[in-house]
Design a protein around this ligand. Structure first.
Ligand code: DAT
Length: 180
């Protein structure tokens, strides 16, 4: 039956997504400490475990192998208690996540962050446009139930503290769904 095939995790899984530079990794690592969760930075995982099909010279990034990433994460996600941090959200199994956080940053603030990270040219423009057009928010709403998609501002350090507090409370109050 459907209920038997579903996970029995006792702690939730949270996806933190958003345009590069919105603060996913910064917020996720603080949240992992505050709420005693595991933190998977998918970009790092791809590099460390070679879960890619080579380097894209045009986009200046690894070509992620989505199947390898999902296989790598499956057991941990089954267990629960994970924060997954990635600038994409449409290829993970929908059943993995109890909450999908979309971080959002004002264009001028994001522009400065990406510039100081060394982004320029098309890579800079693409990411700014990604934020202007709310690409990740739309992707999240297309891939998950709208009730579990939570957009949060990430413009300054006060936003980080507030988001960590809000999400720690959410995680600590989470209970597994009752199954009939
Ligand atoms: P991401 O993982 O989304 O690419 P990051 O966590 O690496 O982003 O953050 C990018 C840079 O911006 C980093 O130098 C930390 C800074 N930063 C992130 N969120 C911030 C915020 N809400 N206020 C101020 N600085 C922030």
């Amino acid at each position: 039956s459907r209920s038997r095939s579903r996970s029995r995790r006792v702690r939730p899984n949270v996806l933190v997504t958003g345009t590069p530079g919105t603060g996913k990794t910064t917020m996720s690592s603080l949240l992992a400490d505050a709420a005693a969760m595991r933190h998977f930075n998918v970009g790092d995982l791809v590099r460390q475990k070679g879960l890619h099909d080579g380097w894209d010279d045009h986009l200046h990034c690894h070509v992620i192998n989505e199947d390898m990433v999902c296989d790598e994460l499956e057991d941990s996600m089954e267990e629960g208690g994970n924060i997954v941090d990635y600038h994409g959200c449409d290829f993970f199994p929908e059943r993995w996540f109890d909450l999908v956080v979309v971080l959002q940053t004002d264009n001028s603030v994001l522009h400065d962050r990406l510039t100081s990270r060394g982004y320029m040219g098309a890579k800079l423009t693409n990411n700014i446009e990604c934020e202007i057009f709310q690409v990740l928010l739309e992707e999240a709403r297309e891939s998950y139930a709208s009730e579990i998609v939570m957009p949060l501002h990430s413009n300054n350090v006060e936003d980080i503290s507030r988001n960590v507090a809000t999400l720690t409370e959410w995680i600590n109050n989470w209970r597994p769904p009752v199954r009939l």
